[in-house]
Each structure stands twice: as C-alpha cells, then as structure tokens.
Design a protein around this ligand. Structure first.
Ligand code: NAD
Length: 486
C-alpha cells in the first residue's frame, strides 16, 4: 500500500515543554516520521521552548537521542535524522516570567503564509500563563493555534475556569484540546465502518445490540508518577476523557458531515444523555504487591490512599437509540495484559432453528486499539465435519498491518495525525470546551459520591483482571467481560 501524503502549509511549531518526556517520546518522533513521509514543508521549523538553558546545537543533540530511541522504523536513518534536526531550534523560556520571550519573538516569522502553532506540553498549571504570555507579548494573530495537553481540569469547576482563562486570549476555533485516543487509526476506522457501510448502522441500536464493552487495560503500574496519579485516579485519568470519547463515537448519531462541529455536537449530545450511575454499578480497585513489584500505595507513596488504579462501571445512554442498553466501561493498571478494545455485542437470534444443543451465539464486533490495531467480526457458522448441525463462532479478522501492508504500522501513530490536523486547522478530532465540561459534569457527582461515603477501593492482585467485584458487575447481568485473563 502506498500512503497518500497530503501537503500542509509551512509552519512554525513552538513546543513549550520541548525538553519534557512527552516531547521526547511522542511529539518530536511523530514530527520526524511526518518529515520522513515528505509531509513537512522545507521551510517549516520546530522550536523547542522550555526552562533548561541550551542552544540549538545542544537541543539537536538531545533530540537526536530521542529519535534514535523512539523513531520506530526510521530510527537508524541517520541522514533523515540530520535532515530533520536542521529544522529544530531552541529558546529557553520561563512560562511565568520575563525570560526568553523577546528571543522567541525575534525567532518567529511574521508571515501570514506560515502557520503558527503553540503546543503546551507542560504541566496544566502553566496552560493559562502560557496563553496569556503568547497573547500579551504579541506572539499570536487570529490564525494562531494552541494545543493543550491533558489533563484538562481536575473537575468541572477547574475545567470551566481553564476554558474561561483560555477564552480571554484565544477563540474556541484556535484551541486544540488533545485526546490522543481520537487520533488512533482504529478509532477513526470505527467511524468509517459505522458511517461508510450499509451493513452496520441499521443494527446499531438497542433493538439489535445487547451491550457494549470498552476496556483499556494496562500492565504497567503508576510507577514514577505515583504521587501525581494519586490526586486523580482512574476515573479522572482515563474515564472522563479517553473512555468517554470512545463511548461517544460508538453511541453518537450520524453527523451530517465529517466536520469538527457537526461531529462534536453529536458527541456532546451523548454525554448529556448519560444517566447518573448508581454506586452499586461502580467497582473501584487498587493493585497490591505481587512480591516483586510495589503495591499501588507504595508507588503512590501514600499508605492510606483511597485512589483507584482500576475502575469498572455500568452506564446507560438515555435516548431512543440506546434505551436500556448497558455500556460497561473498565480500565486499570497492573492488569494481566495490555489490551484496549471496544466490543459491540449483538443480541442472539430471536429463535434458534438448530435447537438448544447448538448453544448460544452472539455476533461481536471487536475494535482493538492495542495491541495489533484492527477489527474482528465474530460470526456463527457450522462446525465443519459430519455429525449434525453444530455451530461455532469464528472471527472475520481484519488486522490493519496485514490488510494494508507494513506501511500501515507507520501511519498509525496518533500524534502524527493530530499534529498535522492542527497545522491544517482541522478540529474534528479535538475536544471542544463544552464537551470537556459536560464530561466533568457526569463524572464529578460519581467521584463526590464515593469521597463523601469514604469508600475504599477493593484490593486486586497485580497481574489479574481486577477485583472480583468487577466480574460480578457484569456476570450478574448474565454477561461476561471479554479480552483480558483473570
Ligand atoms: P515533563 O515534566 O517531562 O516536562 C515538562 C516540561 O515543561 C519540561 O520541558 C520543562 O522544562 C517545562 N517547564 C516546566 N516549567 C516551566 C516553566 N515555568 N516555563 C517553561 N517551561 C517549563 O512533563 P511531560 O511528561 O512531558 O508532560 C507534559 C504535559 O503533557 C503534561 O500536561 C502531561 O500531563 C501531559 N501528558 C504527558 C504524557 C506523557 O506520556 N508524558 C501523556 C499524556 C499527557
């Protein structure tokens, strides 16, 4: 397969936090791969801006190492690395002070044909400072874009305050709130499958769908960022943003066009249609030590922590399409496998002509986010061989790497697509301010509820599928979790 590279305008991309972990592991390797694909115009520049004192040469040395480590198939392409590094510059800047701003201004090109984008890859406490600095120091125009990393707020109040602060300096159409799950190839394919085929959409409703499962399971613990994580937990860190965005794409009505506001309007309606969740439909967990690796409380350096490293919940989207269809969400750390999947489980046929011996069968559309991005449709067929009509479920499998060739591996990185969307001015895969606030409006009362009751998360073994209660949550409805082993 030959991938089609859509040209973008020349750009100046300024990465605040250009020496940080995210810049090293994701943002710069993503830009490098776009460079290798020929998508980075010759006159484009990437300007790292952070607190450390260094010059262009030192920054290029620093990023060279990152590209060798995280550049995937281009990691040993020394010529390409040097070519890309020639586009890099560095300015020491203090987000809260005076230092560096005039040097940055001198470096930027005042040319309306050059897109200017600022990536805020710094801690959230600096987002508003940076927006103010960029605006007040005359470093932006009406076309300038800012990219804001997660977390976007800690609750509704802080998210609203941040939206208001950013709105003082930038219009909504200049603000790109990133959720890298939306940039994943499979997530976009979910929309292609739903809205590009006649096959699925007529069945995509409460009449034919039994339930939906969304799982994001990680094997890693909270490790080095334990004390930060302890202030948020799985609900804030994963459900409020990533899992809810996936739920929205599954549950939304077809937008009139694949355009930013048309898509985001439909996602917002889904979030607003979410029912509150009863406490007995939520299971929170915390991993224990397996003897070798530390427990959650040790990682978090908080021996009495009540923060969850695992959560499973059942919720409903109260509208005509989804009335009484359960959505089971589950995410956690230190689980038995690293697996992210959305599963649309269809109902059984209304009557089995093959008799009770043929068993119970349900079609499942499984959308895998990791590992091996791809989709599988489970269909029921006759078990081969003589001896009557026995039925068996087999997968119709579509692994992108297999179907589209090895290049598919290379185009899947979410940051590559999302950064290029920023340059193109396409906000479809970015969250709008009202969406983020609506998501917090749903999660806040749930969090307040368990905090008020003083609920403790259930301990679970590292390397398991989470607390037993998470299995009961779905088993008592006559269903079971898919995917990860207990
Ligand atoms: P980090 O601590 O590794 O890097 C922070 C960067 O900000 C450094 O370059 C530092 O020099 C710069 N910085 C700090 N204070 C500054 C100041 N006053 N003025 C100018 N620059 C300053 O953090 P990170 O892991 O790269 O994360 C950056 C952002 O991205 C955070 O909001 C984080 O929540 C988000 N994020 C990170 C990841 C990840 O995998 N690392 C994933 C998703 C989201």
């Amino acid at each position: 397969m030959v991938s089609r590279v859509i040209p973008v305008e020349p750009f100046d991309l300024i990465i605040f936090g250009g020496t940080g972990d995210l810049a090293r592991r994701k943002i710069l390797p993503a830009l490098f791969r776009r460079y290798c694909s020929g998508q980075m115009p010759e006159s484009s520049r990437v300007i790292g801006a952070a607190r450390s004192e260094m010059d262009d040469a030192a920054y290029r040395d620093f990023i060279r190492e990152a590209l060798v480590e995280f550049g995937k198939s281009q990691a040993d392409n020394a010529e390409a690395i040097e070519g890309f590094l020639a586009h890099l510059h560095y300015v020491p800047v203090d987000a809260k002070g005076e230092g560096g701003w005039s040097a940055l201004k001198d470096l930027l090109r005042d040319d309306e044909n050059v897109v200017r984008a600022y990536y805020f890859s710094v801690g959230p406490s600096l987002f508003a400072d940076l927006a103010g600095q960029v605006r007040n120091r005359g470093l932006s125009n009406r076309d300038t874009r800012i990219v804001v990393e997660k977390p976007f707020g800690h609750d509704l109040e802080s998210a609203r305050a941040l939206n208001e602060e950013l709105a003082q300096y930038f219009h909504e159409d200049q603000i790109y709130r990133i959720d890298h799950y939306l940039g994943k190839e499979t997530v976009q394919n979910l929309m292609a499958v739903r809205f590009g085929n006649m096959l699925f959409e007529p069945l995509w409703n409460a009449q034919y769908v039994d339930h939906i499962q969304i799982t994001v399971a990680e094997t890693v613990g909270v490790g080095g960022r334990g004390s930060y994580y302890d202030k948020s937990g799985a609900m804030r860190d994963m459900v409020q943003n990533h899992l809810m965005q996936l739920l929205c794409l599954i549950a939304m009505e077809p937008p009139a066009r694949f355009e930013a506001d048309a898509v985001r309007d439909e996602k917002l309606k889904v979030i607003r249609a979410l029912d509150p969740v009863d406490p007995d439909q939520i299971v929170r967990g915390q991993y224990t030590s397996d003897g070798e690796m530390p427990s959650y409380r040790e990682d978090a350096e908080n021996p009495t922590s009540k923060t969850e490293s695992f959560i499973a919940l059942k919720c409903y989207v109260s509208n005509w399409r989804w009335a009484n269809t359960p959505f089971y969400l589950r995410t956690g750390k230190r689980l038995s496998s690293r697996a992210s999947e959305i599963a649309v489980v269809f109902k059984e046929t209304p009557h089995s002509i093959f008799g009770i011996d043929s068993g119970r069968h349900r079609n499942v559309l499984s959308i895998r986010l990791q590992p091996n991005e791809g989709m599988t449709l489970g269909v029921t067929i006759k078990e081969p061989g003589p001896g009557g009509m026995r039925l068996v479920d087999v997968p119709l499998d579509m692994s992108f790497a297999e179907a589209l060739g090895p290049e598919a591996e290379e185009v899947t990185d979410a940051y590559e697509r999302l950064i290029m969307d920023v340059i193109r001015g396409n906000q479809t895969l970015f969250m709008r301010g009202d969406e983020v606030e609506a998501a917090w409006s749903w999660t806040d009362p749930l969090i307040e509820g368990w905090e008020r009751r003083g609920d403790s998360p259930k301990p679970y073994d590292a390397g398991s599928a989470g607390p037993d209660d998470a299995a009961f949550l779905i088993n008592r409805d006559g269903r079971r979790w898919r995917g990860i082993k207990s």
